[in-house]
Design a binder for this molecule. Structure first.
Ligand SMILES: [Zn+2]
Ligand SMILES: [Zn+2]
Length: 362
């Protein structure tokens, strides 16, 4: 399986890749990036998951690199590459089929489309990401970049619709209190409810709830085991299944001031993203959208963007109280705040780590 590594190593890798952005002549780095760790950092080990893929940096068509079959499995898992027809397993050769998959991936993730394993692409691949496959049905309009699950499933409960949700009585976490978890999910559900004619109500009757929420470790019986710290963070099922699972191994946080861990993950951001899946949205290629498949540790991304709103309204219609001008207004204030923040920290490179959530067709 994949080796374990420390968060510092991952950060170092990201910085290395970030700094290597200029186009060097194509070459294959066969040795893993060298990292230096200190005693303090040794206390914070976690799952590298896809860290080893950094050795494929600068590979292109015709390259043959030991272990590339694992990278092909990654592309297969997330919906970009079908299983080989003539051989029992993927080969280690960068062939034309893999090149097409790579181009598709770069387009879906909003990356520069080069058909090569450049630094932007490797950064996106090694980042923790949503386990939900990126294979999905797209919106019909070329300028819309949201997506649905195949068959465009949605909840059908009449209008106005009320969906109930419940927390598992057995599978919760200790590091965040129940009142805090409840408050996080209430805010996350309210954001979606404010744009569509659907309301959400918590219920104690877990067995009868439409949406069932729980935290699980490793293999938890649905064929998509969680993988420890970072990597895949959570997954949800398409309508009208309602299962919503979070990886209990993550350092879930509701307050980054309180949680100083470098691998802390914002629970509210993940909750908001997963609810989008529960409602029927796939992954968006708009990087700012809540439905983009990645999220950095210690980042908060909870405000629905126009792309998210257009996607979910195409499924359920608009909440009569919703106006795009109010959304634009809130986004302008957000952008202003981000602009001010960026101005203060312009020398700190932004590292596009990804938060991922698995998502299955029910
Ligand atoms: Zn699950
Ligand atoms: Zn997702």
């Amino acid at each position: 399986m994949f080796p374990f590594f420390r968060y510092f190593n991952f950060l170092f890798l990201c910085i290395t890749l970030f700094l290597s952005r200029p186009c060097f002549p194509a070459r294959i780095v066969s040795e893993p990036v060298t990292v230096v760790t200190t005693e303090t950092e040794k206390t914070e080990t976690h799952n590298a998951t896809w860290h080893d893929f950094s050795k494929f940096l600068h590979a292109e068509r015709g390259s043959h690199v030991s272990g590339m079959s694992e990278l092909k499995k990654y592309f297969h898992r997330f919906g970009y590459l079908s299983l080989p027809e003539t051989t029992p397993n993927f080969t280690d050769t960068f062939d034309s089929q893999f090149e097409s998959a790579l181009v598709h991936y770069q387009k879906r993730l909003g990356l520069p489309v080069t058909g090569k394993l450049d630094s932007d692409t490797i950064l996106a691949i090694v980042a923790p990401r949503c386990g939900v496959s990126d294979a999905a049905t797209h919106g019909v309009h070329a300028t819309r970049r949201y997506a649905y699950f195949n068959g465009k499933p949605r909840w059908t409960r009449g209008v106005p619709m009320t969906l109930t949700y419940a927390f598992s009585p057995y599978n919760m976490i200790d590091r965040v209190s129940m009142p805090e978890i409840r408050a996080v999910f209430e805010r996350a559900f309210r954001r979606w409810a404010s744009v569509i004619p659907v309301s959400f109500q918590e219920t104690a009757e877990y067995d009868k709830a439409d949406i069932t929420i729980g935290f699980f470790l490793g293999d938890h019986g649905d064929g998509e085991p969680f993988d420890g710290v970072l990597g895949v963070l959570a997954h949800a099922f398409s309508p009208q299944n309602g299962r919503f699972h979070l990886d209990a191994a993550e350092t879930w946080s509701v307050d980054f001031e309180r949680d100083q861990s470098r691998v802390a993950v914002d629970l509210e951001s993940v909750a908001t993203h997963e609810i989008g899946h529960v409602l029927g949205l796939g992954h968006s290629s708009v990087k700012e959208a809540v439905m983009y498949p990645s999220l950095s540790p210690r980042r908060k991304k909870v405000d629905l963007q126009i792309d998210d709103v257009e996607g979910v309204q195409a499924l359920y219609g608009s909440n009569p109280n919703f106006t795009f001008s109010s959304l634009l207004q809130s986004q302008n204030s957000f952008n202003l705040a981000v602009g001010l923040q960026a101005g203060l920290s312009k020398w700190i490179p932004s590292l596009p780590l990804t938060l991922f959530i698995l998502f299955f067709s029910a």
